[in-house]
Write a protein that binds this ligand. Structure first.
Ligand code: UD1
Ligand code: PEP
Length: 437
């Protein structure tokens, strides 16, 4: 397992360019399965999860050409659907969460889609009911092999449009259902649809391929089924979770950093929520400028003076993927804040490591942690830790960069799942970080 060694306590400075968005890339890559024509995708991040999905598409018979860094062409004109019933697929498909989204386009185009229980972060129960309930509403038959944890949907006669009210605004669930519904005869209406920028980007891409999707950006999508799709070219947005991670890193290491070309209009509540912790974020054209917070940062109060509460909610609420970053940044704020992770059950357990480092945190229950900021009056202590999931891993990395002394983070494969070449990019702005395993 890989290891990072980090010498903390040094301010960083300079510019950092966000990678393409991991969670958008996973949706967009699955969409290449909709058409036999060529699809060109730009700004694909070079990260483990995305590379695993590209390899899976290759094993399924998609012709893949790397055009330049981050740009690839894909052509799904001669697929090997037998692969879906192979042992190799059981291994490849379970290696990441995003693989679940091949089911929708395959079901729509070929009348069948299979997937082993997908992988991804172990951050609590991650049900797939919404995905399969949606496919069943479109007329598919569902089967599940409990022993092998293998899911399948089949619709040899094709799909039929339907009205559905999703039980949860599941991100990958909505993407999956949309990629099936674009093939269904008639109209599909999806209410309580997720509407993250990832989903908006996917729907725009599908429309450019010939789909007829209305309501993009809202939680009510209306889809008129069509019979075929053309190729297209699509460019992935900057990764808003990475951008949020760099904002947190800058504040906590008192660094002056410019995050380039962030796609400001797609960031939703992210800048506002960091500002609630007292962090100064300046919009400079499409860049974010974070000045060095030499005097620290002060948690804002609610109007009635009650304790600040930062919680996640389905988009356009604040994304759960940045709560771990918020939490670590709060450990050095002036003031106290309640972090409430409503969606996932095991995403806050990493606070044990921060407590070991000297942070003042009370884990109230699996979903809530109260953080009492140090206001930089005492720094975190360097330590040895293990990255439990992708965002907790980056939070620990930020903690290590602000701590006095040299810390070691094990299991950095978790971080590499979602952050491209993170050590080199951080070294470029002055971080003292080495990959030693
Ligand atoms: C590959 C990918 O894109 N992964 C993202 C995707 O995962 P993913 O699509 O797997 O997550 P879902 O949106 O399905 O749900 C995530 C969790 O939130 C709960 N839930 C969901 C919707 C809701 O309205 N209420 C609710 O409580 C679910 O029960 C589940 O435990 O979206 C998550 C939620 O933004 C992000 O953390 C993941 O990074
Ligand atoms: C939870 C995440 O990823 P995944 O859904 O791929 O596990 C994440 O990106 O924070």
């Amino acid at each position: 397992m890989g290891i990072f060694q980090i010498e903390g306590g040094h301010a960083l400075s300079g510019e950092i360019q966000p990678q393409g968005a991991k969670n958008e890339a996973l949706q967009i890559l699955c969409a290449v399965l909709l058409t036999p024509e060529k699809v060109v995708i730009n700004n694909i991040p070079d990260i483990v999860d995305v590379n695993k999905l590209i390899a899976l598409l290759g094993n399924l018979g998609v012709k893949i050409k790397k055009l330049s860094k981050g740009s690839y062409s894909f052509q799904a004109d001669e697929l090997n659907l037998d692969y879906l019933e192979s042992e190799a697929f059981k291994k490849d498909g379970s290696g990441l969460r995003g693989s679940i989204m091949i089911v929708g386009p395959l079901l729509g185009r070929f009348g069948k889609g299979y997937i082993p229980r997908p992988g991804g972060d172990k951050i609590g129960r991650r049900r797939l009911d919404t995905h399969f309930e949606g496919f069943v509403k479109l007329g598919a038959k569902f089967r599940y092999n409990r022993e092998e944890r293998f899911y399948g949907v089949e619709a040899p006669q094709g799909l039929t449009g339907s009205y559905m009210l999703l039980e949860e605004a599941s991100v990958t669930g909505t993407a999956n259902i949309v990629m099936a519904a674009v093939w269904a005869k008639g109209t599909t209406t999806i209410y309580n649809a997720a509407c993250e920028p990832y989903l908006q980007q996917l729907c725009k891409m599908l429309n450019s391929m010939g789909a007829e999707i209305k309501g993009i950006g809202s939680n009510l999508l209306t889809i008129e089924g069509v019979e075929s799709f053309t190729g297209c070219e699509h460019t992935i947005l900057p990764d808003m979770i990475e951008i949020g991670s760099w904002i947190g890193l800058a504040a906590m290491t008192k660094s002056e950093i410019t995050i380039k070309n962030v796609g400001w209009e797609h960031l939703g509540l992210i800048p506002t929520t960091f500002r609630k912790l007292g962090i100064t974020i300046e919009k400079r054209n499409d860049d974010i400028f974070i000045p060095a917070h030499t005097d620290g940062y002060e948690v804002q109060n609610f109007i009635d003076g009650s304790i600040m509460n930062i919680s996640d909610a389905p988009w356009p609420g604040f994304t759960p993927d940045l709560l771990s970053i918020m939490l670590v940044v709060a450990t050095q704020a002036r003031g106290s804040v309640l972090i409430h992770q409503k969606m996932f059950e095991s995403r806050l357990f990493f606070v044990d490591k921060l407590i070991d480092m000297g942070a003042k945190i009370i884990l109230c229950d699996p979903h809530r942690a109260t953080v009492i900021g140090h206001d930089f009056k005492s720094s975190l202590r360097a330590t040895t830790m293990t990255s439990p999931d992708i965002r907790a891993g980056v939070s620990l990395l930020i903690a290590a960069m602000s701590a006095q002394g040299t810390s070691t983070i094990h299991n950095i494969e978790q971080i590499d799942r979602g952050y491209e070449n993170i050590d080199e990019r951080l070294r470029n702005i002055g971080a003292r970080i080495e990959r030693i395993g």
